[in-house]
Design a protein around this ligand. Structure first.
Ligand code: MCU
Length: 401
């Protein structure tokens, strides 16, 4: 081979050699620092997704990656507590439809299990839902259900459950985590285990997460904090889920008996104790609201399922919060990968058949790779109005290149 030909071959393999199989596009060189006191100025509208905490604008997709990292950090610091990374000791095994996960850190170790219910139809490797406490959706054909037992990981009986569960045996009872971020940690470990254990017959690239009510809040947090999850379906998650704190305060003030931050922190341990100071006084100094938690999922698939028949759930708050969040999918050029389906007059967590088509469209698109129509899924059973842009969301979505 001639020298010039050798040089040409060298040049053509160079990118592969540098990148291996994990090459990602060149990112913004540095992300802006979070200001020392991001909770200084009270904000009565929802916070602008497209402005960094230091006031700079988000103008590109690389900026958005930085903004997502910032939002993730702010949510962990002021509301949810820290989600630890994969523990330094980790192993997984699978037998008799049970996934066993062993994790160790700082001399502590735990073992927890998840049962997998396999579909009676379809082909392996199967797509799957990680379903908090089994979830409350009708099981989609061909999809496996991996049950995450929430109380085993972080107990959620009531306000006295703080620090109880295997997560806290591993990370200490003083860990900042509330129960939801602890479950999100466990969902990530389940995905690690699936990736490491091909004998499960689960496709790790086709994993969704779901749960209803308190577990719907948890499903949203799990989907927000692991971008390997391709579809997030919070069902009737209410306050602490797809509702925005500020909108819930406002609809309570207008006479709708809905759950707000000040009530929720007294009821259970879903949040870090760092959230108490805001919940007990005002949520306005928070540099985020839950439209930004929802936006951590973007542009991955998200279908929020709501029930307008129960005031406590604050479906109007969820509607506005999701509308505000939808500008993030829009800015990323992916408006069709998020939708919200609201229906009325049914028992809490009883999935009504009127929402089945919406569910099928999302499941078939994200777990089976089909080209289904998820355009404008925005069922508005409550007849809510929410101006875009408006008082709650005084911004327009930029086009992020
Ligand atoms: C909607 O989720 C919660 C709600 O936040 C609580 O206030 C209520 O007690 O329980 C709901 C729930 O989890 O119901 C199963």
């Amino acid at each position: 081979m001639s020298v010039s030909r050798l040089f040409f071959v060298f040049l053509s393999v160079l990118p592969l050699w540098i990148c291996g199989t994990t090459c990602t596009p060149v990112k913004r060189a540095t992300c802006p620092d979070i200001p020392a006191n991001p909770v200084a100025t009270p904000i009565t509208s929802l916070t602008n997704p497209f402005t960094f905490a230091n006031g700079q604008n988000v103008t590109t997709k690389d900026d958005w990656a930085c903004r997502q990292a910032e939002i993730s950090q702010l949510l962990q610091t002021y509301e949810l507590g820290s989600k630890p990374p994969k523990p330094s000791t980790f192993s997984a095994s699978f037998s008799r439809n049970t996934l066993t996960i062993n994790a160790g850190e700082n001399g502590n170790s735990i073992s927890f299990t998840s049962s997998i219910t396999f579909p009676t139809s379809g082909t392996a490797p199967f797509p799957a839902f990680i379903a908090l406490d089994g979830g409350s959706l009708p099981h989609p054909p061909g999809v496996a259900i991996i049950t995450l037992n929430t109380n085993d990981i972080a107990v959620q009986n009531d306000a006295s459950s703080r620090g109880q569960g295997k997560f806290f045996q591993l990370y200490g009872t003083n860990a900042s985590a509330g129960a939801m971020i602890a479950w999100a940690w466990a969902a990530s470990r389940i995905i690690d285990a699936i990736e490491a254990t091909p004998s499960t017959n689960i496709d790790p690239t086709k994993i969704g997460v779901t749960g209803c009510s308190r577990d719907g809040k948890g499903a949203l947090v799990a989907g927000a904090f692991d971008d390997r999850i391709v579809l997030t379906i919070p069902q009737e998650s209410g306050s602490g889920g797809t509702d925005c704190w500020r909108i819930s305060d406002s609809i309570l003030a207008s006479g709708v008996s809905t759950q707000t931050a000040s009530e929720i922190v007294q009821e259970n341990v879903w949040f870090s104790t760092a959230f108490d100071q805001f919940a007990s006084t005002s949520v306005d100094p928070l540099p985020f609201d839950h439209h930004l938690l929802i936006g951590l999922v973007a542009p991955r698939g998200l279908l929020a399922i709501d029930n307008t028949g129960i005031d406590w759930l604050g479906a109007e708050s969820s509607f506005g919060c999701l509308k505000a969040a939808s500008t993030i999918w829009e800015a990323l050029g992916s408006p069709d990968t998020m939708g919200f389906s609201q229906s009325a007059n049914h028992a809490h967590c009883a999935f009504p058949s009127s929402q089945q088509d919406d569910l099928n469209a999302f499941v078939n698109k994200f777990l089976f790779g089909q080209d289904t129509n998820t355009t404008n899924i925005e069922d508005n059973a409550g007849g809510y109005t929410f101006a875009m842009p408006g008082t709650w969301d005084p911004w327009t979505a930029p086009t992020l290149d």
